[in-house]
Design a protein around this ligand. Structure first.
Ligand SMILES: [Zn+2]
Length: 307
């Protein structure tokens, strides 16, 4: 085996080890009391179709947790007086007896009213904290920006609403300002992973399809790449994936895709240099950081709960 093959094998093994380690961390998070309480309540919220998700997004772009009047009541919360409902389309099956032996079901649709959590008050909902990364990794961030430029992806930095750290919209990535370069590095890998793996979904606006898997894959790639450069994001990544309903076996199912995307990112950074100028020390020594590419501007579409 020559040295190039040996390095490639080592990298693959290291990536596989990282994914296995992350899978164990995600399952540990899912087993915690705090996460169980949170996931239990979240699991009871309705999953909306892509069409309804669009209707909600159009009428209330900042909506994060949406349910009907009676659902909020069951959770011990009430809709505040004067709040304007978000209108969605609700299926309404009607059973009709065609003859004595056969019963037919006809599907009708009716308008239904839902409300965002911000329009309600009452009993608190369980929360699960996803800690922010506090580390200085200027060199890593610069190298990732170089990779984005090399791939023809525009990166822009701007302030974002609380809880949103990055946005990917196919050919453009936005990263939230006001956070450590460690957090921004992790977010940039996450968004670059979306660009590489889910661009077709983003471009076709069908991002809602398989969103859980898309988030799991992007965050796992971020974890693997950050770990490769000794930036510890394990707690954040494992909690983020658990919050999206991901689990260890789902990571194993996506191992090939995660591994390929992470390896390509790490290899693209060779020669561009992630190591200088920040706290991140790369494990394989990829050289010295070069200049940060010019950051162009561009419009973005909000990608909720982006990491
Ligand atoms: Zn994402």
């Amino acid at each position: 085996m020559n040295s190039t093959t040996s390095l490639a094998t080592q990298l693959r093994k290291s990536i596989d080890d990282s994914v296995n380690r992350l899978a164990a961390a995600v399952d540990k998070q899912r087993g915690s009391e705090e996460m169980r309480r949170y996931l239990d309540v979240m699991a009871r919220f309705p999953m909306y179709s892509w069409r309804n998700a669009c209707l909600i997004s159009l009428q209330r772009p900042q909506a994060s947790l949406v349910a009907g009047f009676s659902h909020w009541k069951r959770l011990g919360r009430r809709v505040r007086k004067g709040e304007k409902a978000v209108r969605i389309i609700s299926p309404c099956p009607v059973r009709k007896a065609a003859d004595e032996e056969e019963e037919r079901v006809r599907m009708y649709f009716k308008a239904a009213c839902v409300f965002d959590v911000s329009q309600t008050e009452g009993k608190g909902l369980p929360t699960a904290e996803v800690p922010e990364i506090r580390a200085d990794t200027k060199g890593l961030l610069a190298a990732l920006a170089n990779v984005a430029a090399k791939r023809g992806i525009t990166v822009r930095y701007r302030p974002m609403e609380e809880g949103t750290f990055g946005v990917s919209r196919g050919g453009e990535v936005e990263i939230a300002t006001g956070h450590s370069t460690g957090q921004q590095s992790k977010s940039l890998v996450h968004e670059l992973a979306h660009e590489a793996m889910h661009r077709r979904l983003i471009a076709s606006d069908a991002y809602g399809i398989g969103r859980r898997t898309a988030e799991l894959e992007a965050e796992a790639v971020a974890y693997v790449v950050c770990r490769h450069f000794d930036l510890d994001v394990e707690l954040r990544a494992s909690r983020y994936i658990a919050l999206w309903g991901g689990e260890g076996k789902a990571l194993a199912a996506s191992l090939g895709r995660i591994s390929d995307a992470a390896r390509r990112l790490i290899e693209d950074m060779k020669g561009l240099g992630p190591c200088a100028g920040g706290a991140a020390t790369c494990r394989t020594g990829l050289g010295t950081a070069t200049s940060v590419p010019t950051l162009a501007t561009g419009r973005h579409r909000t990608c909720p709960a982006s990491s």
